[in-house]
Write a protein that binds this ligand. Structure first.
Ligand SMILES: [Zn+2]
Ligand SMILES: [Zn+2]
Length: 340
């Protein structure tokens, strides 16, 4: 079968053998729809030191189970499933506490340390925890982002706890999912911040944000203070990972609030403790614990969430190298690509 691999800080389409069941909790899944994630680009550019040379990329997908290991009891061959971007055993110290990103036997494996979904078929370890059955009422498109970017956005919103006014820095796919999640979790006012006006327009059109601000056009700190009686936002989700976005995040947070960092930074960030003394902030950092896939699928079924608009473009798998270029350069205002 054809597979897209990471090689020499680049990508290449090669021929690989079909995956086989190796362990009793494995499943083989026929990939019916997948996407490209910014993390794939991080690997491509060599920013993920533990990514394995020659690995098939991709961890964001839905598909149909074609083969199951003997110990997987909660799934059947033929089930339509949404995949979790994290591989987790469900039994170790961290898994038992919900911190599946730190699973002692897993973590970010698919498309990084072991072959991922940018191929015809993929082997999924710990399939009984890592795959969630898609309800009959939902299409593959409806469920595509549940196990990765929607989980990441939800993770960010959940880290804030109760927050009435939530500022989200970055209106890219994860930022938009964070806004959607903050609303479901009870935020009353959502503020979207991005330097890309077309993404801000999407946030507004999709009714995910009540206010949108572009730092190129206004003073963000001032705008946030105006909206919050000079207190600052009750919670900030940093989903941009840009040059000054970490600094902006703590500056617009009100004292005693949570700043949730879901962005994947490529460089170190500075924590100027003397400047923020007395603000009493709580910083929470993320590698998503994607433990709410079932709940997110239910939210989508109930019409409380919808991520369909994120698929702005579609490509055939054979054109995946062109799709990477398209996604990376954000051509034609591309948000996410569906690959069939
Ligand atoms: Zn991802
Ligand atoms: Zn575990």
């Amino acid at each position: 079968m054809k597979a897209l691999i990471y090689k020499n800080n680049n990508i290449e389409l090669v021929e690989k053998p079909y995956p086989q069941i190796l362990n009793s909790r494995d499943a083989i899944v026929k990939v019916t729809l997948s996407s490209i994630c910014t993390s794939d680009l991080h690997i491509k550019h060599g920013f993920v030191p533990f990514a394995k040379e020659g690995v098939t990329l991709g961890h964001e997908f839905v598909g149909e189970i074609v083969e199951l290991g003997s110990e997987v009891k909660n799934l059947r061959v033929g089930d339509r499933v949404s995949a979790n971007c994290e591989t987790f055993c469900g039994e170790c110290y961290f898994c038992k506490r919900g911190f599946i990103n730190n699973c002692e036997h897993g973590g970010w494996e698919l498309g990084c340390k072991i072959d991922g979904c940018q191929a015809e078929y993929v082997r999924v370890p710990f399939a009984d925890t890592g795959l969630t059955k898609i309800p009959d009422s939902l299409s593959y498109e409806n469920a595509l982002f549940v196990g990765d970017i929607l989980s990441s956005g939800y993770f960010g919103a959940e880290m804030l706890g109760e927050a009435e006014t939530v500022a989200v820095i970055g209106a890219g796919p994860v930022g938009l999912c964070a806004m959607m999640s903050a609303k479901v979790l009870g935020a009353k006012k959502i503020i979207a911040i991005d330097i890309n006006s077309s993404r801000l327009n999407i946030a507004r059109e999709q009714k995910l944000a009540d206010y949108v601000f572009n730092p190129m056009e206004c003073d963000i700190e001032q705008e946030i203070m105006n909206l919050t009686d000079n207190r600052g936002a009750d919670g900030v989700i940093e989903a941009a990972g840009g040059e000054n976005t970490f600094e902006l995040a703590w500056k617009i947070a009100r004292p005693n609030s949570v700043v949730a960092l879901v962005a994947m930074y490529e460089n170190n960030q500075v924590l100027p403790l003397p400047d923020m003394y007395g603000k009493n902030l709580i910083f929470k950092t993320g590698g998503v614990d994607a433990v709410h896939c079932k709940k997110l699928l239910d939210f989508i079924s109930e019409g409380k969430m919808n991520t369909d608009f994120l698929i702005t473009h579609s490509f055939d798998f054979k054109d995946i190298i062109r799709a990477y270029d398209f996604f990376e350069k954000e051509k034609d205002a591309c948000l996410k690509i569906g690959i069939k």
